[in-house]
Ligand binder design. Structure first.
Ligand SMILES: Nc1ncnc2c1ncn2[C@@H]1O[C@H](COP(=O)(O)OP(=O)(O)O)[C@@H](O)[C@H]1O
Ligand SMILES: [Mg+2]
Length: 240
């Protein structure tokens, strides 16, 4: 995908933003802990309340055989609560996929990509390799979040018909790539901001990777598709 007119994110790095700072890493940790807490609360508290409300509406329906209008209203409310439950599950999943904690990186990624392909009309090709050893939690999380954000960008901006996700491991390094055949953009037009940001985005991806001693390169050309390529050390240079 790269050619001589393309600009990579590391070119941009060289121009200005500098290295990751400790406060940025601290913010990422705090943000993740917070996200996990909010996701748990949505899932456990709000999710349980919804289930109880639906159960009570079903009970009310069972004892209201003749009241046609009331039955219709209750059925509508029930439908809304079901949809609300789906939405909450989606929000909680994006905040913090439990599967990442419960089952590990690959099942969480597979499930995420499957859900993505189902909801979006794109052809998804994925090639996910098992890590050669157990990765530390921060590395798993960074891999998941970078893929998640790159995929979100494809959905939001690329108008692509094909997405490819690849995760591989080479001597001491995880390498991941998300590429699409969409409209592309000019990376040099995107400002490279050195301040830690709480939103993810391309800058957030770079911060996350840099916090672990890795890097992210974005290669894109208008009308030429986009590829996000990240490398993260897995040799324990970083300890959470
Ligand atoms: N896969 C992509 N295809 C086309 N444009 C992209 C892609 N990824 C990023 N961009 C462009 O880069 C910009 C910055 O991306 P990002 O930092 O994630 O911020 P945001 O998604 O909130 O706009 C986007 O607004 C978009 O113009
Ligand atoms: Mg984005």
């Amino acid at each position: 995908m790269a050619n001589k007119t393309s600009t990579t994110q590391s070119d941009l790095d060289k121009r200005g933003s500098g290295r990751i700072t400790e406060p940025a890493k601290y913010l990422i940790d705090v943000l993740e802990a917070d996200r996990a807490k909010i996701a748990r609360e949505i899932h456990d508290e709000a999710g349980q309340l919804l289930i109880s409300a639906v159960f009570r509406l079903d009970q009310a329906l069972a004892v209201l055989p003749g009241a046609f209008v009331a039955r219709e209203l209750i059925q509508e409310a029930r439908q809304m609560l079901d949809e609300c439950g789906d939405e909450l599950r989606r929000v909680a999943f994006n905040l913090r996929p439990r599967m990442l904690d419960d089952l590990g990186l690959l099942p969480a990624l597979r499930s995420y990509l499957k859900q993505y392909a189902k909801l979006n009309d794109v052809e998804l090709e994925s090639d996910l390799e098992e890590p050669p050893k157990k990765l530390d939690h921060a590395t798993e999380l960074a891999i998941f979040r970078i893929i998640q954000e790159a995929i979100a960008n494809v959905r939001k901006h690329a108008r692509a018909t094909r997405v490819r996700v690849r995760l591989g491991f080479t001597s001491g390094e995880a390498q991941l790539e998300v590429s699409d055949n969409g409209v592309g953009f000019d990376p040099s037009a995107i400002s490279s901001d050195s301040r830690p940001r709480l939103k993810m985005g391309l800058a957030g991806m770079r911060e996350r990777a840099a916090a672990l001693g890795g890097e992210v390169q974005v290669t894109s050309r208008p009308l030429g598709g986009t590829a996000v390529h990240a490398r993260l050390p897995i040799d324990g240079r970083y300890k959470a």
